[in-house]
Design a binder for this molecule. Structure first.
Ligand code: ZN
Length: 160
């Protein structure tokens, strides 16, 4: 079977940046599974995997525009200390969860200031060219329930 809309694709992948640093990998854990054609993964990778089958191995390079987007400088702003929970230690790299206009967002503390911290609402991978080393483990037809939910159930997917 080949990866196409309505198919569940299971794969192992290692993600590195331009310098070769490993940003993420499935190799130490479960395979990663997604429902093809439903925008569950970044467009550049989904496009590259279209039509592939079990055993396919490849390196895929994804530009920021086909990945997590370019960095938006306006999504970096300073927030005063009182905007954070009093018991939350402010440190570099700390993640802050907040309600955004389109649902929950994750912000990262990128700088500490005298009165608070500078937060970055960009996705941590925004602006990065992504290098995926992928191996397709299985391609199967999605169940009716998975199609209704728009995502994968079971191993490597939603457990509910
Ligand atoms: Zn579901």
């Amino acid at each position: 079977m080949k990866a196409a809309s309505g198919m569940v694709v299971s794969m192992h992948y290692t993600l590195t940046d331009d310098s070769g640093e490993v940003l993420d990998s499935s190799r130490e854990g479960d395979v990663f599974s997604y429902l093809h054609g439903h925008g569950n993964i970044i467009p550049g990778l989904e496009k590259a995997l279209e039509g592939t089958a079990t055993g396919f191995k490849s390196k895929v390079t994804v530009a920021p525009t086909d990945g997590y987007g370019e960095k938006n400088p306006e999504a970096v702003f300073e927030a005063p200390r009182e905007h954070f929970p009093p018991d939350m230690p402010l440190e570099l790299g700390a993640r802050v969860y907040a309600d955004g206009p389109n649902g929950p967002i994750t912000l990262t503390v990128v700088k500490l200031t005298d009165t608070g911290a500078v937060l970055d609402a960009n996705h941590p991978l925004a602006g990065k060219t992504l290098h995926f080393d992928v191996e397709i483990i299985e391609v199967r037809t999605a169940t009716k329930e998975e199609m209704e939910h728009g995502h994968v159930h079971g191993e490597g997917g939603h457990q509910h």
